[in-house]
Design a protein around this ligand. Structure first.
Ligand SMILES: [Zn+2]
Length: 92
């Protein structure tokens, strides 16, 4: 798996947790009138999963896939913003 594919899987996981968290928050809000707990759990889950973010770095220069020109974006680079390495093409 390329680092780009791993980063994309990470983004999908974050989106999945966010969607589940929003659904749970809305449902529990309607059932009980209290949405603090599912909201807090969602925020905590996102925080924990996002600790993996630093692992998605260019194998040649170490630049993070989610950072372009020092700006962090929620979608990974296909081509390294620092050294231009094609992160999606390399097998491994
Ligand atoms: Zn690079």
């Amino acid at each position: 798996m390329t680092v780009y594919r791993a980063a994309l899987a990470h983004v999908r996981l974050l989106l999945g947790i966010t969607a589940l968290g929003i659904a749970a928050t809305i449902l529990i809000e309607q059932w009980t009138g209290h949405s603090t707990i599912p909201f807090a759990l969602t925020a905590l889950a996102l925080l924990l999963v996002n600790r993996r973010l630093a692992r998605f770095a260019c194998p040649r220069c170490g630049s993070n896939l989610f950072v372009r020109e020092r700006i962090a974006l929620p979608w990974p680079n296909k081509v390294c913003s620092e050294c231009g390495l094609d992160l999606a093409a390399k097998a491994g």
